[in-house]
Design a protein around this ligand. Structure first.
Ligand SMILES: [Cu+2]
Length: 132
């Protein structure tokens, strides 16, 4: 009887681990909408990670990235963009907006203060510019 319970518990634990890796850690991507006044804005919710974990901006259009931290842990209280030298404190349950330089296309990774959780901003070259 004990063996059956043990096998059952083991299966549940394995299922939970698999779910944690594949379901909860799924990368999500959002393409920011360009507003009529030629601005881009995207919001990232910080709660056990970054959601969405990828934001796509168009090159050359002023962009703002808003972080709202719901996670109570100190782990996620800072967001760091190493390439741009951005290191911001995110007050809990408050929107914190970061101006994002989109003058150069490329991938801009960001992470929590301890470099444990990761996300990235993708600045896409405008189609008009990439055409020869
Ligand atoms: Cu951390």
């Amino acid at each position: 009887m004990l063996k059956i319970i043990l096998v059952f518990v083991t299966i549940i634990v394995i299922a939970l681990i698999v779910w944690w890796f594949f379901a909860s850690r799924q990368n999500t991507s959002t393409t920011a909408q360009v507003t009529a006044d030629h601005q881009q804005q995207a919001t990232i919710t910080v709660d056990g990670g970054y959601s969405p974990s990828q934001v796509v901006f168009q090159q050359g259009i002023p962009a703002e990235l808003t972080f709202t931290r719901k996670d109570p842990s100190s782990c996620l209280e800072r967001v760091v963009f190493e390439k741009q030298g951005i290191n911001k404190f995110l007050p809990r349950n408050e929107a914190t907006t970061v101006k994002f330089d989109t003058s150069k296309a490329g991938e801009y990774p960001f992470a929590c203060g301890m470099n444990m959780f990761h996300g990235q901003v993708l600045v896409q070259a405008q189609k008009a510019n990439s055409a020869q």
